[in-house]
Design a protein around this ligand. Structure first.
Ligand SMILES: [Zn+2]
Length: 297
């Protein structure tokens, strides 16, 4: 009896420590020589609380595309002669940070005519209502993310949605065309946006990746979604990979190179699929853990 009690105590202590750390941190995968676990990916994406809300120096990425987000939450401004497009409001408390970045670059926040989203999670789209209030922008949402978006209501504010789009639809303003590709899995309406920009007399394919990070139990429906999304993303023409978190496209490293002049570090065709490789490896390893028989779907 005494042995059983002490065994239970040990199990209890182990369970408590696992819970304190937010659950077990596995599987671990190695991609291009780097080891990743679910927790290391999350930490890399989110950084500290301060990183999520601190302005990152706003900068031109390429053509008419600018970075206006925080240290770990991306927000992109696409400037056109007919007004501007903002992609991702991030947390509501960040909207003034984004507003400052837009004006630091010499643009007017009130010129934002269209607000797009990457996916219906608070760290990317919680601030939509505030952006709408401040700019009057048209808020466009992927159909499959509408229900989740409507549940994001900071301070009880209704989530604005002015136009619903579907896979393959495009959004055009002032000569810039962005195409919405449904890459479901992380959320049902996770959207990878693509556009072509002209810079230095050449055209470049820009891919604003959506997260491909699998969460929780992989149901057969989710497995189908991710399998489809990995294929879709890998088939997209790409010269400039971007992502909803700067770490996904190594923004820090690339931004540091800007000061030195030289070729645009954001043109990085060789690494267009790097983040997809990491997420797909993690997805396959997670699936293998769930299906110890080795059965694949
Ligand atoms: Zn997310």
């Amino acid at each position: 009896m005494k042995t059983i009690c002490s065994l239970l105590a040990v199990i209890g202590a182990f369970a408590a420590s696992v819970l304190a750390q937010g659950g077990p941190d596995h599987p671990s995968v190695t991609v291009h020589g780097q080891v990743y676990t679910p927790r290391s990916i999350l930490a890399r994406n989110m950084g500290t609380d301060a990183d999520q809300t601190t302005q990152f120096p706003p900068h031109k990425i390429i053509g008419n595309i600018y970075y206006v987000g925080t240290k770990t939450l991306s927000s992109f401004l696409i400037v056109t002669p007919q007004g501007n497009i903002l992609m991702d409001s991030t947390y509501e408390r960040n909207v003034p940070v984004i507003q400052k970045s837009v004006s630091d670059l010499g643009f007017k926040f009130s010129d934002v005519k269209i607000l797009l989203g990457n996916h219906a999670h608070g760290d990317h789209q919680e601030g939509d209502a505030m952006v709408k209030e401040l700019t009057g922008a048209q808020v466009i949402a992927m159909a499959e993310d509408v229900d989740t978006l409507k549940a994001i209501k900071p301070g009880g504010k209704e989530h604005p949605i002015d136009k619903i789009i579907h896979d393959g639809d495009s959004v055009t303003l002032g000569g810039t065309k962005l195409v919405a590709h449904l890459t479901a899995g992380h959320t049902p309406g996770c959207t990878t946006w693509t556009t072509v920009v002209r810079d230095g007399g050449k055209d470049y394919n820009v891919v604003f990746h959506c997260s491909l990070r699998a969460q929780g139990n992989l149901t057969p429906a989710l497995v189908d979604q991710f399998n489809r999304s990995f294929k879709v993303v890998r088939a997209l023409p790409c010269d400039v990979p971007l992502g909803d978190h700067p770490a996904q496209y190594r923004m820090l490293e690339k931004h540091a190179k800007l000061a030195a002049g030289g070729p645009n570090p954001f043109i990085d065709k060789a690494n267009c699929n790097l983040e997809t490789d990491i997420m797909e490896a993690m997805f396959r390893a997670t699936l293998a853990e769930q299906q110890p028989s080795g059965k694949t779907q």
